[in-house]
Design a protein around this ligand. Sequence first.
Ligand code: PEP
Ligand code: MG
Length: 841
Amino acid sequence: MLKLRERNVWLGRAAANKAEAIRTVGRAMVESGFIEPGYIDSMLQREQVAATYLGSGIAIPHGLPAARHLVRATGIVVVQFPDGVAWADGERARVAVGIAARSDEHLQVLANLTGVLGDASAADRLARTSDPGEVIAALNGGASAPAAPQAVAPAGGSSIEVSSPSPHGLHARPATALVDVAKRFRAEIAVRHGEKTANGKSLVALLGLGAVGGARLTVSAAGDDAAAALEALGAAFAGGLGEAAAPQAPQAAPARPDRAPAAHDRAPAAAPLDYEGRVVAGISASPGLVEGPAWAFQRERIAVTETAADPAVQHRRLDQALAGAAVDLQQLHDELSKKAGAAKAAIFKAHLELLEDPDLVAVAHTRIDAGHSAGWAWRKVYEEGAGSLSRLDDPLLAARAADLRDVGRRVLRFLADSIESAASLPSHPVVLLADDLSPSDTAKLDPKQVLGLCTSVGGATSHTAIIARSLDIPAVVAAGPAALDVEDGEACILDGDAGVLVVRPTARDRARAEVRREQVLERREAERLDRFKPAITRDGRRVEVVANIGAPGEAQQAVDAGGEGVGLMRTEFLFLKRESPPSEDEQAEAYTTMVRALNGLPIILRTLDIGGDKHVPYLSMPAEGNPFLGVRGVRLCLAREDLFRTQLRAIFRASREGPVRLMYPMISMVEELAKAMEITEEVRREIGADPIEIGIMIEVPSAVMIADRLAREVSFFSIGTNDLTQYVLAMDRQHPTLASQADGLHPAVLRMIELTASAARQAGIWVGACGGIAGDPAGTVVLAGLGLVELSVSIPSIAATKALLRGITMAGAEDIARRALACGTAAEVRALVQGAQGVAA
Ligand code: PEP
Ligand code: MG
């Protein structure tokens, strides 16, 4: 454990600015023999990446990981600046704790600091004291006043002796595990380490114990289930509090090596960069690499006043808010448990536990006594709690910090003076972080202000991801709660190719990202210049590359981007973000605009595909347990013939202006197709329009299996690999944990595509694809090799897809496709394509 000695404490210093202060701290570290002088530069660079201000006037300057070789010996120094130094965002540091650490030892110091951080008077004493002993006592785990009330061992209980887990002691992760066990019992539980005693159900208090690996701890419990609690806690300590287990959270790794790249429209330009900042791993949903400040997307803003004159009323309000939030959480838990099972509902149980953290509640009440309103006091407490958890830089705690903010906001809503419900959008360029974004939230984003986005849930084939791709916004989805545990304004790199968010990137991270960005820009520019050339393979076979669009204005963009038509217009987007369905005239105008923009190039208008993840409130469709297996796609068209007929009329009117093809979504049975065609023919006659080509989406396994039968009725098939993948693999396309495995290059999906293609061939109709893998380079090669003659991709991917096809031979692609069908896993297919010689240019 790091120990502070008198010679490491420099009191009563002054500095004109932060750089000067850091140099002073660096000098103290050099003189203490902890670092080489060169490390000071790295400390200054670290502040450029992310300020090391912790709170309560305390900063912890230290160098970047890359400079660890300049650390001679692990150690800390304390330099006091009683007049303060401007450090970050208007905050002044009065105590700087300089850290020289080769590994994670500084966590221990942070643990000791938690006692001072939440207590303004203790922090103030440290900033003014002329007694080095007082500083030493605080940081070595001695006499400082703790943030939360010190626990005492419960009276009348029993206790056990245990050892703090090795090698790193009771740091964030094991402490979380300990709280989890303690909270299962009603008994009061305390953990004593030397002179300090912490409430065993309070994470922050346990971290404040600063118990190093192997330290002796006394765990006491009192209450009716005390014996059972001690038994469980003893077993948990004996098991190492999860420390021996493999790391649970993926956030620390730049990318999971066993994870196949997601089915997005561009492959990683190169191997993932080896980032040094905090890496939050998710799934790549839209390619590109950007850098900018974090910005949390919120659908509401909660206002509270700072002070209140009536503490008794405020205490009551806080208790009522906590109780109200607990009732809500219990209800949510019970409802979700019934609908989706206990595992999915467990998150609300965990939130209930956080609500019951006795120390948080106690500190909030203390703040009310000091004259603050219940709302202000509560917000301060949970924000500070979440902030100090996240600063500990532990992936597991990062998740807890996000949970704490979530629960905190739930309570805060009960205490709000006002709640503004409109979702706010950034007014400056940011990396947007959100729990989830609905397709309509995403569609509202301005690519000039949203450089990149990262969501904690979602999947690569969700419509949110599809829209992000069409807007050319790099995106990472399914990054877990850690994605939300980033302070607004914190520097981030969003690497949509590798599927990671990098928080507080180092200077090296930034430099390497910049190089990567330059390379990508150069390649994209070359592809852009050739975008109007047809995609003819080196052995002379043509594949049409067309666009997936969702709005009238995108037709022109598709043409400008080199698109040879539109292979999928998702007409349902015209129905979102409004209070009533678009009229026939409105739709006719929208479709006509597109047809005219295409100027003779074909467009496939897909009829309404609402349901699944696209909800339209004004349709008042009953909520469904399994919306993806419910009334969506053509099923909705047939259930709401009024909407269907209106849309068909508009489509036939537009068809007078140019080559329009009609496509039904999600056909799964012959009867559906027959009914849809019957209605279509009736409408065509009513309008007096000429017949047009009619095709269907093949995106349900049943349609594949009867493709020969369906092919007799239609002019073309377009394979929707997004849905086909989810239905073949039985993995919800938006599932936060399964979505990464739902890869459209899975051999099971490819075999379905092969069956479809051969049925189409035999029936003499053409077949294309419009799902995400059509624009994924590996997917482009395999689908072309399987005989698909049209690939419909997002607009930003058109030029790259054409360039890729121009660089391969069809014979090579066919060979790869044949071998892909024989693979066992999607990863094998991807490796096969990547390793194939003579195919890629
Ligand atoms: C698909 O399922 O692959 C598809 C293109 O349709 P959507 O993504 O709109 O469901
Ligand atoms: Mg679909």
